[in-house]
Write a protein that binds this ligand. Structure first.
Ligand code: SF4
Length: 370
C-alpha cells in the first residue's frame, strides 16, 4: 500500500503555535501554486507508474481556504496520473472558519470521503488565545454540514489556562456532532512561534500536568466509544485513518507541494519550504527537492520499531521477521527485559501498555540502535 500527500500552504491567518509551511499573506498565489502542484504530479508520474495508491491526503495549511474548484482539479490530477484504487481513502483537512455547504458538496462530488476538521478546543477564549480563526459555533455549523460523513476532529491539550472540563467539552462536542475519529495532540511550543514565549514565561502546563490531561482525555474518549490505536489517535470501530496507518507501518508515500516529504523505495526526500523556490523549480521543469536520504537497513529497523511502538497494536512479530529476517524478541531481548513492566508481550506482538503510551519516548529509546 502507498499514499499520496498534497500540501496546500495557505491559511486565513497564522495560529500562534504554528510552525508548518503556511503563508496567510500569499493566498493570492493559490491559482499559480495549484498549477505547479498539478505539474509536479505529472512530472513525477512516470517513475511511479507501477505503484498502486490507496490513499490521497490533502493537508496543509488549510486546504479548505482555497476555491473548491482547485481541489476538484487536484483530485482529478491524482486520478489521471496515478493508479488510485477505486475505494481509496481521500481526506481533506478543513478549518471550520473556512467551510461552506457548496465547498463540502463539491468535495463529496469529486470523491473526497474523509474530512479532518481542526476544532482544537470548544472554548472560544482558548481558541482566540491560540489565534484560531473560528469559534465553537462555526465548528458546529461545519459538523452539521458533514453529518453522515466519515470525519475526524483534532483537539489539543497542554494549552495555557486549559482545564479538564475544557478537554471533556471538546471531546463531547466532537462526539455529539458525529465524529468517527478524534486526534488528541499535546501542544508543542516550537521555538520561534509566539506560543514559545508563553512556554518560556512558564505559562503552559508542565509535562506532568499534560500527562494527567492526556490520561483524562483517554478515559473520556473511551467512555464515548473511541478506542486508541496510536498514541494520539482514537476512533470508532473500523474508522482508523488508512493514510496515517501507512506512515506508521513504514509504507511508501509520495508528497507534492511545498515542504512535502516522500519515502519511496527506501529513499526519503523533502521539497523546499520556500514558496518562491518551489515556483521557480517547477516552472523550469525541475523537482523542488532540497533533501534526499537513502535509509539504511539499521535506520529502517529503528523507524519500523519506533513507529510500531507508538501504536496500540505494537510490533507484529511475524511481520518484523518477514521484513528483516531476524526475530524481534531475540534482537531486542535486552530492551524487552529492561522495559518488561511497561510492555505487553504475547506470542505474536510486543506493545507498550496503554497507560505508558504517552511517555513512550522514554521506552522506545531503549529499542533504537543509533
Ligand atoms: S490552520 Fe493549521 S497550518 Fe494554518 S496557521 Fe493554523 S495551525 Fe498553521
Amino acid at each position: 500500500m502507498a499514499g499520496i500527500y498534497v500540501h496546500i500552504p495557505f491559511c486565513k491567518s497564522k495560529c500562534r503555535y504554528c510552525d508548518f509551511a503556511s503563508f496567510p499573506d500569499k493566498i493570492g498565489l493559490a491559482e499559480s501554486y495549484m498549477a505547479c502542484v498539478y505539474r509536479e504530479m505529472a512530472m513525477r508520474a512516470p517513475e511511479l507508474a507501477d505503484y498502486k495508491f490507496d490513499t490521497l491526503y490533502i493537508g496543509g495549511g488549510t486546504p479548505s481556504v482555497i476555491d473548491e474548484s482547485y481541489i476538484a482539479m487536484l483530485v482529478a490530477a491524482a486520478k489521471k496520473h496515478y493508479a488510485l484504487s477505486a475505494d481509496a481513502e481521500i481526506t481533506i483537512e478543513m478549518n471550520p472558519g473556512t467551510v461552506s455547504a457548496s465547498k463540502i458538496d463539491m468535495y463529496k462530488k469529486v470523491g473526497i470521503n474523509r474530512f479532518s476538521v481542526g476544532l482544537q478546543s470548544a472554548n472560544d477564549r482558548l481558541l482566540a488565545d491560540l489565534g484560531r480563526v473560528h469559534t465553537l459555533n462555526q465548528f458546529i455549523t461545519c459538523a452539521k454540514l458533514l453529518k453522515g460523513t466519515n470525519f475526524s476532529v483534532d483537539i489539543m491539550i497542554g494549552l495555557k489556562g486549559q482545564t479538564t472540563q475544557d478537554i471533556a467539552q471538546a471531546i463531547e462536542v466532537a462526539a455529539m456532532y458525529g465524529a468517527s475519529h478524534i486526534s488528541m495532540y499535546a501542544l508543542t511550543p516550537e521555538d520561534g512561534t509566539p506560543v514559545y514565549t508563553d512556554y518560556l514565561n512558564g505559562e503552559l502546563p508542565d509535562g506532568d500536568e499534560v500527562a494527567d490531561q492526556y490520561e483524562f482525555g483517554v478515559k473520556k474518549l473511551a467512555q464515548l466509544g473511541f478506542a486508541r490505536y496510536e498514541v494520539s489517535n482514537f476512533c470508532k470501530k473500523g474508522k482508523e485513518s488508512r493514510h496515517n496507518l501507512n506512515y506508521w507501518r513504514r509504507g511508501e508515500y509520495i508528497g507534492f507541494g511545498v515542504s512535502a516529504s516522500s519515502c519511496i523505495n527506501n529513499v526519503r526526500f523533502t521539497n523546499t519550504f520556500d514558496l518562491d523556490e518551489y515556483f521557480k523549480c517547477i516552472i523550469s521543469n525541475h523537482f523542488a527537492v532540497i533533501d534526499r536520504t537513502e535509509i539504511t537497513e539499521e535506520e529502517r529497523r529503528d523507524e519500523y520499531v519506533m513507529l510500531a511502538l507508538r501504536t496500540a497494536a505494537g510490533v507484529d512479530l511475524k511481520e518484523y521477521e518477514k521484513l528483516f529476517g531476524v526475530r524481534f524478541e531475540r534482537e531486542y531481548a535486552a530492551a524487552i527485559a529492561k522495559n518488561a513492566g511497561f510492555l505487553d508481550v504475547s506470542a505474536d506482538r510486543v506493545a507498550i501498555k496503554g497507560e505508558h503510551l504517552f511517555v513512550q519516548n522514554n521506552i522506545i529509546i531503549d529499542f533504537l540502535k543509533d
